[in-house]
Design a protein around this ligand. Structure first.
Ligand code: NI
Length: 249
């Protein structure tokens, strides 16, 4: 069940039996020569939609531009400043809260978002704590979950790509996008086969150290079949984790 494909009456009925929602959150940034710019948003969105279809969970719109300043050296990459992202996340949360949602599960697709998502949670909680009159809206509990961070998903990725999974433009995330959009599979030889690894600061530094955009990965291993399996394994993990989340006071 997707929020964007629901009517207000659908949402009103949903709220009678559940006040939890999954919101995919990602990024719009280069993913190397064979990876799509929307990869970090497509992955959590595709997995969340599967959870929604299989379990009747409401899936919010995808927060699809995140913190990706370090990728701005590559055409097409977009970023929010952390302060902008925090403000937007708080407004999304307050909107959902107004209707009675009190459990928001942010399914994240981008490592560079983690610090800012956690900061947004603290910002939201601080606003409530600082109000001298108790707010009329219900208290909110939020959770950040990276889609790749379940043991079953890590094990599956390791089995599929024991070498060259990498840190950015990973074989697994590219596989998930190819499964979601089979007509977008890119077939090319990359040199070096496995990209360099290391740290970075800003967009200029990043482009100098990682000239084709990848970090530590060989995404040419990505296949549609592997992506389909990763989506299934991850959706099962997310469904149980979300169930536990909404049942925890
Ligand atoms: Ni990514």
């Amino acid at each position: 069940m997707q929020l964007s494909l629901s009517t207000w009456q659908d949402v009103e009925s949903y709220l009678e039996h559940s006040t939890g929602i999954i919101v995919p959150i990602g990024s719009m940034e280069q993913h190397g020569p064979t990876g799509l710019i929307g990869t970090d948003s497509i992955c959590p969105e595709t997995i969340a939609k599967r959870v929604g279809d299989d379990n009747g969970v409401l899936i919010g719109p995808t927060f699809n531009v995140g913190c990706a300043q370090h990728h701005l050296g590559f055409p097409g990459s977009m970023t929010l400043r952390p302060s902008t992202m925090i403000a937007a996340m708080c407004d999304w949360t307050a909107s959902l809260s107004r209707h009675g949602f009190d459990k928001i599960y942010w399914l994240n697709g981008h490592g560079g978002n983690i610090a800012t998502i956690n900061a947004a949670f603290v910002e939201y909680y601080a606003q409530r704590s600082l109000e001298s009159v108790p707010a009329k809206q219900p208290a909110i509990t939020m959770k950040l979950q990276n889609w790749w961070d379940f043991k079953t998903v890590l094990d599956t990725a390791k089995r599929m790509h024991p070498v060259g999974e990498g840190m950015h433009a990973t074989a697994s995330e590219v596989a998930v996008t190819y499964a979601a959009y089979p007509d977008q599979v890119r077939d090319m030889v990359l040199e070096p086969k496995i990209a360099p690894t290391g740290s970075f600061t800003d967009a200029y530094d990043y482009r100098k150290k990682f000239p084709d955009g990848r970090i530590g990965s060989d995404p040419t291993q990505a296949t549609i079949e592997n992506g389909q399996e990763l989506i299934t394994v991850t959706a099962q993990a997310v469904a149980s984790d979300f169930e536990a989340f909404i049942n925890t006071p």
